[in-house]
Design a protein around this ligand. Sequence first.
Ligand SMILES: [Zn+2]
Length: 369
Amino acid sequence: MVKKDSSLISEFVRISKYFGQRFDLVQAAGGNTSIKDGDRMFIKSSGYSLAEVSSKYGFSVLSNNKLIKFLKTTTNVKIDKSIEKASFDVLRRSIISGNAPSIETFTHSMLKKYTIHFHPIAGNIVSTSNNSKKIFNSIFEEEILDKIFFYIKYKTPGIALASEIMRIVNPHKESILKNKYTILFLENHGLICSSDNADDLIAYIEEIMVKLERYSKVNFKRYKITSLISEILWKNDFNDLVSYYSEDIFINSFVKSKFPAGFSKPLNPDQLLYCGESALVVNESLEKEIPRFIKKFKTYPRVIIISKSIYFISSNILKAREVEDVFKSHLYFYKLSKSHKSLSKENIKRLDSYNPQKNRLRFWFDYLK
Ligand SMILES: [Zn+2]
């Protein structure tokens, strides 16, 4: 892989993970990210969740010009089954590497360098309401006038949606080119946001979310902390990790109670393997305490408790849920037994250097080399 591609791909993975770990923005394998580089477009493959995209799998590379050429032939044409079929053929023929690019690939093809499509809860509270267009017009009045925001009527995901977007945005091509952002608000579906600057786009999306949350009187701060945790871990060389906010009733009732110090000491090998030697209970600030933890334990924290909220860290959301499972079982031992004998320092040391144990967690291995 050429060097330029590896930095593009790591940027792609970072953006995908940023959105994929956020329950308020993306659920299950929904949503999609893409980056354009000349004629090439890197885009998430269908069926992968954004949080599991990695530098080795979960994305495809396509020839963007082929997609745009086809898309242009669909303007003002009624999208029927034969056009849909032709669109799948073009999608297949435009693949440079990877397989099964997302069905939303066409909608990404006509936008700016970085495009993020996601299904935010706060956005879809509005988009699924009977008065969605009216509410949209009232929240984003200025942005609509500036040709930054566009309302897109519901269409089947794929070529029908892409063609409708083209029809709506085409008359404003010049303003769109000048504007830093293009935001498409999809009726009964979600958002598509695009810009030539990734970090600014993420910050702008967070601002949009605050406006939408304010309108619906919800506060998703607890999910947003996952981004904060992961960014600190990434800065400390633990790239590719994601954080997951636990809503498990049993675990939450425990962390909301007054728990004694040292409660997270491993009681069995699996707890050490999945949850680490200790949970990080944040008293001061995440920015200070995560690096301090890494220095002390020579690895990252798997379990983080911040003001009565609990987060699990792993390489993707499914694996973070495995950490949650193991931690929950540990809390049962802890709560229901009167006394506990945790693993000795020697046993922890032996397990830490015992490869057959570590191999059970595949991805772990890389971090402990
Ligand atoms: Zn979607």
